[in-house]
Design a protein around this ligand. Structure first.
Ligand SMILES: NC(=O)c1ccc[n+]([C@@H]2O[C@H](COP(=O)([O-])OP(=O)(O)OC[C@H]3O[C@@H](n4cnc5c(N)ncnc54)[C@H](O)[C@@H]3O)[C@@H](O)[C@H]2O)c1
Length: 239
């Protein structure tokens, strides 16, 4: 019960990594609000699903207001919602660029601009931004995605400073997962997935629960002196 009495808001919490984090946090006694464009693909007594497109500026404010009014506070924010629209740079359209930037980067800002100051005023909290191995090392065919995931690291380091001011006690960290089997990898050919697995030191892709356990550490008081950090959870992979 490492998150007993805590309230967590997790974007993209309907499936994939967001689901794994929501369920693990909920099992640890946390009340979880899973905000997603889609319906929850699971049920858990401690998880409430709310509809949200993180690109919707007003919608983010409404969800923030709803959670604070209903639960009184937000202790943990996981900015997890993310998408890919892959293409080599010469073939990347404006729409592919704009959509990925809007969801993966602006979407993180849209919620955190409310939740960060709330935590700061409320005596503390933990914000976890889900970056990617691609944001750390870059990747062919993912210029838009890499730019957003590197941007999320910059946001994390900036907010670690900003929201800790005046005794704010808000910790902000990023997790950079390697390749983990979820729907986001559906369009990646199997031979490429096999190659990615062979590039890890452990010789395999990750499981969503392995990312969730890293997030649990950063969300909990076990990480009370960890902030401004990028935690790579990738089986020892280098791209
Ligand atoms: N799976 C991996 O290998 C991997 C690796 C590195 C980073 N990541 C990152 O982890 C995060 C989660 O990815 P995943 O693998 O679980 O993907 P996924 O596609 O399985 O799940 C993503 C979730 O985000 C939601 N979502 C998408 N756009 C949204 C929006 N605009 N507003 C609200 N919700 C939205 C989807 O409905 C879905 O429930 C993403 O940010 C992704 O970039 C994943």
């Amino acid at each position: 019960m490492r998150l007993q009495g805590k309230v967590a808001l997790i974007t993209g919490g309907a499936r994939g990594l967001g689901q794994a984090m929501a369920e693990l946090f909920a099992n640890e006694g946390c009340k979880v609000i899973a905000a997603d464009m889609g319906d929850l693909s699971y049920t858990h007594e401690n998880v409430e699903g709310v509809q949200l497109n993180v690109t919707d500026v007003e919608g983010c404010k409404s969800v923030y207001d709803y959670v604070v009014n209903k639960y009184g506070k937000i202790d943990i924010l996981v900015n997890n919602a993310g998408i890919t629209r892959d293409a080599m740079t010469r073939k990347m359209t404006d729409d592919m660029w704009d959509l990925v930037v809007d969801v993966n980067l602006k979407g993180v800002f849209n919620l955190t601009r409310h939740v960060g100051p709330h935590m700061q005023a409320n005596g503390g909290g933990s914000i976890i931004n889900i970056s990617s191995i691609v944001g750390v090392y870059g990747n062919i065919g993912q210029a838009n995605y890499a730019a957003t995931k590197a941007g999320v690291i910059g946001l994390s380091k900036t907010w670690a400073k900003e929201f800790a001011m005046k005794g704010g006690n808000v910790r902000v960290n990023a997790i950079a997962p390697g390749y983990v089997m979820t729907d986001i990898l559906k369009t990646v050919p199997q031979e490429l997935l096999d190659k990615f697995a062979s590039w890890t030191m452990l010789g395999r892709l990750g499981q969503p629960e392995e990312i969730a356990k890293a997030a649990l550490f950063l969300a909990s008081d076990d990480a009370s002196y960890v902030t401004g950090h990028v935690l790579e959870v990738n089986g020892g992979m280098r791209l």
